[in-house]
Design a protein around this ligand. Structure first.
Ligand code: MRU
Length: 359
């Protein structure tokens, strides 16, 4: 079996084709790195399924896909009465909000579309005009994320020395965003600056976003990537190979506690034990200031089959009990800095979070 050409130009993970009657095109990330396959999402059910099954995944990408999902979802009511169009809009928003619970970017994007709908309605706009405004907003969220990722990369690269060894967990790359990533944006920027970084990639059990996606993306850009099993991180740190850890986040509370892919908390504890700075790279849209601490972050529980039959092969006895939380929360005190498009929050305190996020 061959892998999708890692040297090919970075493909757009999310694309919207056409006008308000158009459709969303996503890379099916569950097929990478073996096949580069696109899915056409011509109805909201296909968008919901793509988010739920991680065909599109990563906090910013989920938000962008959901925004376009609303545009696609209201198409069925575009010629209905204003009341029916509005009812359909809210139905679609609620439906998409039920796809995955942890990444706040999903709810952030849906809230932005709700704000647009309310403003357009208050201005007496027609269904067609409201629909067009929703598409404009979805496109804005998408395009803005490209700039946000580049700014994160620039701020983060200032923290990284030439020839640094960097460990990352899960995939916070171009596939997880509009196109450049958050944690990986830092690495891409370092590479562009000529810093000869070495990246160690946790494979990220159970769904292997590290080995399937991050290793693929790094290789695509010619960055030295070394794949390790999650359980090898401590040894690699002890051997002195790591000078910084950088991961993404799905939701960050007001005190800086950060939810990310299951296993991130363990990596942060290991980094602390080895005196290695642990950084989160995330856009402002990933902060949830309504939650004072990470205790309030909803953690998605996923199907046991992802552990017992990972990648289609049975690796556990029939009917074994399974606990499969998809995320964990790293306490702020373990985080040396949060790299945002507005700069680096460090030290990570509620005051500094409030200043950067609100400022
Ligand atoms: O379950 P996933 O693959 O959606 O989890 C993704 C992560 O945990 C990412 O690190 C996070 O969303 C940041 S993506 C820029």
């Amino acid at each position: 079996m061959t892998t999708a050409d890692p040297q090919a130009a970075a493909p757009d993970p999310i694309r919207y084709e056409g006008d308000t009657d158009g459709h969303l095109v996503l890379i099916d990330q569950t097929r990478l790195p073996v096949e580069l396959v696109y899915i056409d999402c011509k109805d909201v059910e296909t968008v919901w399924e793509a988010i739920k099954m991680l065909r599109v995944r990563g906090a910013p990408a989920i938000g962008i896909a959901a925004a376009y999902g609303v545009v696609v979802g209201v198409q069925t009511a575009s010629s209905d009465s204003a009341e029916a169009f509005e009812a359909r809009f809210h139905e679609v928003v609620e439906y998409l909000a039920g796809s995955r619970p942890t990444a706040v970017n999903l709810f952030w994007a849906l809230d932005r579309l709700k704000g647009i709908f309310a403003a357009e309605k208050a201005a007496g706009k027609s269904n067609a005009e409201i629909h067009a405004a929703l598409l404009t907003e979805a496109r804005f969220i998408h395009e803005d994320d490209r700039k946000v990722c580049r700014a994160i990369g620039k701020h983060g690269a200032e923290l990284i020395t030439p020839s640094a060894g960097i460990l990352t967990h899960c995939n916070a790359g171009g596939l997880a965003t509009a196109d450049y990533g958050t944690a990986l944006a830092v690495m891409f920027t370092c590479h562009d600056q000529g810093k000869n970084i070495q990246v160690f990639v946790d494979e990220t059990r159970p769904l292997l976003q590290g080995s399937r996606l991050t290793a693929w993306e790094l290789m695509q850009r010619g960055i030295s990537a070394t794949l390790i099993c999650d359980s090898m991180a401590a040894q690699v740190m002890k051997e002195g190979r790591i000078s910084a850890v950088i991961t993404g986040a799905d939701r960050i509370a007001a005190n800086g506690d950060s939810a990310n892919k299951i296993g991130t908390y363990g990596v942060a504890v290991l980094a602390k034990a080895h005196g290695i700075p642990f950084y989160i790279a995330a856009p402002i849209s990933t902060f949830d200031l309504s939650l004072p601490t990470g205790d309030g972050i909803p953690i998605e529980l996923r199907d046991p089959v992802e552990i017992t039959n990972g990648m289609g092969k049975q690796t556990a006895p029939d009917n074994v009990q399974v606990y499969n939380p998809a995320f964990d929360v790293t306490p702020a005190e373990l985080i040396a800095g949060i790299i945002t498009e507005k700069g680096v929050i460090s030290p990570v305190t509620p005051e500094n979070v409030a200043q950067v996020v609100a400022g």
